[in-house]
Design a protein around this ligand. Structure first.
Ligand code: HEC
Ligand code: HEC
Length: 283
C-alpha cells in the first residue's frame, strides 16, 4: 500500500472533493487493477505526455499491442462521445462511462466483475471509498473516483496553460488564419477542444482494417470514419492519427496536402505549412 500510504499521510481529511481527486490520481497509477498487475491507466495515458503516450499503438496487459494510439485525456470535453468510433458515452454521464471506457479499450484486461473482490483485498482503498461515497458500493465508488479525476484533467486542459510568449507571433497568427480560413481545418476542428464530435473518413492507409464508426452504427458508409480528435498539447502527443501512422505534425499536414478524403485537399505551400505547424504547436 505504498501509494495509498503516501496519500493518507499528505492529505488531511477536510475537503472530500480534494480527497476524491487525490485518490483518483492514485488509482489512475495503480497497476494492480490490471490482469497482469503491470499496467495502470498512467502506463499509456502518461502525465508527462499530456496523458497520451509515445507509441504508435498502445501496449496493454501481457504486453499485447492494441489497435489504437493512446489519445490525450487533457481537455477532453465532457459531452464528447469517447473513443475513435464514439462507442462509449461521454464522461458527463458518470461512472458508467468510465466502466464502458475501461472495458471498451480492454487494454488492462480489466474485469469489472472482479472489482469488488479486488477492492476487498486492499482494505485501505475499501475504507476510503466507503467513506467518500457512503451511499454506493465500493466498485461504483472506484469508478466515480476515476471519473472525478478525468473531469479534473478535462477542466485543466481547458484552461490555457500555454503561457510562454510565442517565438514568432506573426507566423502563428498567419497559421491561425489559415486554419480558420483557407485551409478550413475549423470545419471539423472547432470549439474549445478543436473537435466537433463528428466522424470522417480521411482516406488514410487502413493498416488495421479499421471499421471506425461503422463498428457502432453498422452502416457501410461509416466504415473508416473516425471521431475528430481533440487538438491539445500536440507537441507532447506524437505520433498522430488513430493508429499512430503519422510520426510528426509535418506528416499529418502532408496527408492533408495529398488529399484527406472527407476533409478534402489543402493546397498550402511550404510557407503556409510552416505557419499552420507553428499554430498547431500553440494549441
Ligand atoms: C494499454 C494502454 C491503455 C491503458 C492501460 C488505458 N488506456 Fe485509455 N485509452 C487507450 C487508447 C488506445 C484509447 C483510444 C481507444 C479508441 O479510440 O478506441 C484510450 C481512450 C481512453 C479514453 C477516451 C478518450 C477519447 O478521446 O475518447 C478515456 C476516457 C480513457 N482512455 C481512460 C482510461 C482510464 C481511466 C484508464 C485506466 C483505468 C485507461 N484509459 C487505461 C489506451 C490505454
Ligand atoms: C472533415 C473533417 C476534418 C477536417 C476538415 C480536418 N480534420 Fe484534422 N482530423 C479529422 C479527423 C477525423 C482526424 C482523425 C483521423 C484519424 O485518427 O485517423 C483528424 C486528425 C488530425 C490531427 C491528428 C491529431 C492526433 O492527435 O492524432 C491533426 C494534427 C489534425 N487533424 C489537424 C488538421 C488540420 C491542420 C486541418 C486543416 C488543414 C485539419 N485537421 C482538417 C478531421 C478533420
Amino acid at each position: 500500500m505504498a501509494l495509498l500510504g503516501g496519500f493518507a499521510a499528505c492529505r488531511p481529511h477536510t475537503n472530500p472533493d480534494a480527497e476524491k481527486l487525490a485518490l483518483g490520481s492514485v488509482l489512475f497509477e495503480d497497476e494492480r487493477f490490471s490482469a497482469d498487475g503491470r499496467v495502470s491507466c498512467a502506463s499509456c495515458h502518461r502525465p508527462e505526455h499530456a496523458f497520451a503516450d509515445t507509441l504508435p499503438l498502445s501496449v496493454g496487459a501481457f504486453a499485447r499491442q492494441t489497435r489504437r494510439n493512446t489519445p490525450t485525456l487533457w481537455g477532453l470535453p465532457t459531452n464528447l462521445p469517447l473513443m475513435a468510433d464514439g462507442g462509449v458515452p461521454p464522461l458527463q454521464i458518470g461512472s458508467l462511462a468510465v466502466l464502458a471506457a475501461i472495458t471498451a479499450h480492454g487494454d488492462m484486461a480489466f474485469d469489472p466483475r472482479s472489482l469488488n473482490q479486488k477492492l476487498k483485498a486492499y482494505p485501505g482503498y475499501h475504507e476510503l471509498l466507503t467513506r467518500l461515497y457512503p451511499s454506493t458500493d465500493p466498485a461504483s465508488a472506484y469508478l466515480l473516483t476515476l471519473q472525478r479525476y478525468l473531469l479534473e484533467l478535462s477542466e485543466q486542459g481547458r484552461q490555457d496553460l500555454n503561457t510562454a510568449p510565442p517565438n514568432n507571433p506573426t507566423l502563428i497568427a498567419r497559421g491561425r488564419s489559415l486554419f480558420e480560413g483557407e485551409a478550413a481545418c475549423i470545419r471539423c476542428h472547432n470549439g474549445e477542444a478543436k473537435s466537433d464530435g463528428g466522424y470522417y473518413n480521411l482516406n488514410l492507409p487502413n493498416r488495421m482494417n479499421e471499421l471506425g464508426r461503422a463498428a457502432v452504427t453498422l452502416k457501410e458508409e461509416d466504415r473508416g470514419r473516425l471521431r475528430t480528435p481533440v487538438l491539445r498539447n500536440l507537441q507532447k502527443t506524437a505520433p498522430y492519427f488513430h493508429d499512430g501512422q503519422a510520426a510528426t505534425l509535418r506528416d499529418v499536414l502532408e496527408h492533408y496536402q495529398k488529399g484527406a478524403g472527407e476533409a478534402g485537399r489543402w493546397q498550402g505551400d511550404s510557407m503556409e505549412v510552416e505557419a499552420v505547424l507553428a499554430y498547431l504547436q500553440t494549441l
